[in-house]
Design a protein around this ligand. Structure first.
Ligand SMILES: [Cu+2]
Length: 265
């Protein structure tokens, strides 16, 4: 099982860079492509840094000489093109290419919406905890009402017990997902803006009060991962975390059945 993107990319320069500064392991289907793009950016920046120094050094040692018969003005214009316009045009093309590539990778893949078969899970951020809701056997989320929120009485999301779709909803403080299946998360916040982040899944998205924000991904590697809050959301922000447990589809079915029964009791 590859632990670092370098294992996937396999080339010595990538491996060298990552050995010095390793990223968290990749555990989602879209992660390796994002990592490869990040590393491409870093290598290009490193190359440009080296080139800039070489040019500066070269400029100090070798002064451009005016060709015989060339007048001063034409010489200055040539220097301007070579020293400013051409590098600027090159950089513009380079940054345009990197931006378009990033847009295709990130915005294109992340915001085109999940497949219709993706599993639905609602994520709610509240000072200072994360709650995860599964729709249960009927596949529909029940109604919630802010007036019914009572974390101390076991109803942190304010589920309306009179709604027929609410009875089988499963609310958990741990996010459990099956490996290899796409999941569509709907992010919500009860009080202030929270930041949902799972570094190993290469996911980071704000949860904003009054909005339902979708992010989708496919976890690939079973294991335990930390879910962090990346927005300073109050005095207890430092302890706002939860766990993501990626399990096999069989383990997930067993977990869901166990919690489903508990929810209906
Ligand atoms: Cu928070």
């Amino acid at each position: 099982m590859p632990r670092y993107p370098s294992d996937v990319l396999g080339s010595p320069p990538y491996a060298l860079l990552l050995a010095l500064w390793p990223l968290p392991g990749d555990a989602s289907a879209h992660g390796p492509a994002l990592d490869a793009h990040l590393l491409l950016n870093l290598w290009i920046a490193l190359g440009l840094l080296a080139l800039a120094h070489a040019l500066l050094l070269g400029g100090l040692l070798v002064r451009g000489r005016r060709a015989v018969g060339q007048d001063e003005e034409a010489h200055a214009a040539r220097r301007l093109w070579r020293a400013q316009y051409l590098p600027l045009a090159g950089l513009t093309l380079l940054f345009g290419f990197l931006t378009l590539r990033a847009e295709r990778l990130w915005a294109g893949a992340r915001y085109t919406g999940a497949d219709l078969t993706a599993m639905q899970v609602e994520v709610t951020g509240v000072q200072f905890a994360w709650y995860f809701r599964y729709p249960g056997d009927d596949g529909l989320f029940g109604r919630t009402d802010p007036g019914l929120v009572a974390a101390g009485e076991g109803n942190p999301l304010g589920l309306d017990a009179n709604d027929v779709h609410a009875a089988d909803d499963i609310v958990s403080s741990e996010l459990v997902l099956p490996a290899g299946r796409e999941v569509d998360l709907r992010l919500r916040a009860q009080d202030v803006i929270h930041g949902f982040s799972v570094p190993e899944m290469r996911l980071k998205q704000n949860a904003v009060p009054g909005q339902t924000i979708h992010i989708h991904f496919t976890p690939t590697a079973p294991g335990n991962y930390a879910i962090l809050c990346t927005q300073v959301c109050g005095l207890g922000h430092y302890r706002m975390s939860a766990g993501l447990r990626v399990v096999t589809p069989e383990e997930f079915a067993a977990w869901l059945a166990r919690h489903g029964k508990a929810a209906r009791r």
